[in-house]
Design a protein around this ligand. Structure first.
Ligand code: UDP
Length: 329
């Protein structure tokens, strides 16, 4: 069986990727320092505990498993933290990725699928974003991801590393079979915080800004179901296995939802009241992040069929009710 090294396989997106890789016949080997991930989330392949900053440990894991490709999810990702402590972000994200790429090349592994982000674009004032939109990140998190994209490109030129880079929009939902789901500590994302408010784990959801220049005054995002997102990664892996050239793909559906629209849909799906407080804007938030790209559907054959707001909230809600509280044990 073909082995794939999955950095960050104990995290939200990485653990879902391991599930689809295993069901597509691959062996996903998780490499994770459990800094923000959960040992419990590693259910679909072997686990190797380790840090990207530990080059000797990376070499050992490459030698043990001889992966044919790397899926690189591991990163620090809280935008607010990245602005307070950029050094830690640059060290972990950029330094860690540099170690990973060097270890991969030294082991003869030259295929990488990388998690990048629409946070590399910055604020484009309502423009619909695609792969050719200039990358002007407005926070340190986005800056580190853009730097890693550049680094991967340079390793391509120098060492023949081929890559598929995915720029994610907002990822939501959970495994519909309920085995894994979203669990961050601390939680900062809209949908899980709202589900906490709906079932009384927090008193209310604060809407971050109601005076934006949008139809209802709240920010607009393009939400993708986590299962659709990780299916794209398997297609990206096959793209590389077919010998195709390095390529960047945006992963969004092209439909924007405002914060108020997400709240309304969540109330409908859960059939509960959503207690909300109208609060101030959150620093670093772009007004609107929506993908206008069709490249992933046209070139990879990606079909984000689960990515309706109703399905994302329903799957997240099922996970939240059945497993969320026990995930850490
Ligand atoms: N948001 C909000 N209240 C919250 C968390 C998020 O109003 O408690 C808004 C946030 O301002 C943004 C959207 O919900 O417009 C999605 O935020 P999230 O943190 O989930 O993802 P981001 O877009 O920052 O990656």
């Amino acid at each position: 069986m073909t082995t794939i090294l999955v950095t960050g396989g104990a995290g939200y997106i990485g653990s879902h990727a391991c599930k689809v890789l295993a069901s597509a016949g691959y062996t996903p080997v998780t490499y994770d320092n459990l800094g923000t991930g959960w040992r419990d989330a590693v259910r679909f392949g072997p686990f190797e505990h380790g840090d990207l900053l530990d080059r000797a440990r990376l070499d050992e894991v490459f030698a043990t498993w001889r992966p044919s490709a790397v899926m690189h999810f591991a990163a620090l990702s809280l935008v607010g933290d990245s602005m307070k402590d950029p050094a830690t972000f640059w060290r972990a994200n950029v330094g860690g990725s540099l170690n990973l790429l060097e270890a991969a090349v030294a082991a003869g592994c030259r295929k990488i699928v990388f998690s990048s982000t629409c946070a590399t674009y910055g604020d484009h004032d309502g423009v619909i974003l695609d792969e050719n939109t200039p990358q002007q990140p407005i926070n340190a998190y986005g800056a580190t991801k853009r730097a890693i994209e550049d680094m991967i490109g340079n390793f391509g030129q120098a060492h023949g590393v081929r890559s598929v880079i995915f720029r994610y929009f907002n990822v939501a939902g959970a495994d519909p079979e309920g085995e894994i789901g979203e669990f961050h500590q601390p939680e900062t994302h809209l949908i899980p915080l709202m589900l906490d408010a709906i079932d009384g784990k927090r008193s209310a959801l604060t809407i971050f800004g109601t005076d934006y220049d949008t139809p209802d005054g709240t920010c607009i995002r393009d939400y993708v179901h986590v299962m659709d997102l990780v299916e794209a990664h398997v297609l990206g892996l096959k793209w590389l296995e077919d010998g195709k050239a390095s390529r960047v793909f945006c992963l969004g559906t092209g439909s924007g939802f405002s914060v108020r629209e997400v709240i309304a849909e969540s109330g409908r799906v859960t059939n509960r009241e959503v207690p909300v407080i109208e609060g101030d804007r959150r620093p670093g938030d772009a007004v609107q992040l929506v993908s206008g790209s069709r490249r992933a559907t046209e070139e990879l054959g990606w079909r984000p069929e689960r990515s309706t707001m109703g399905a994302m909230v329903a799957d997240a809600w099922r996970w939240h009710q059945n497993h969320g509280a026990h995930f850490r044990e």
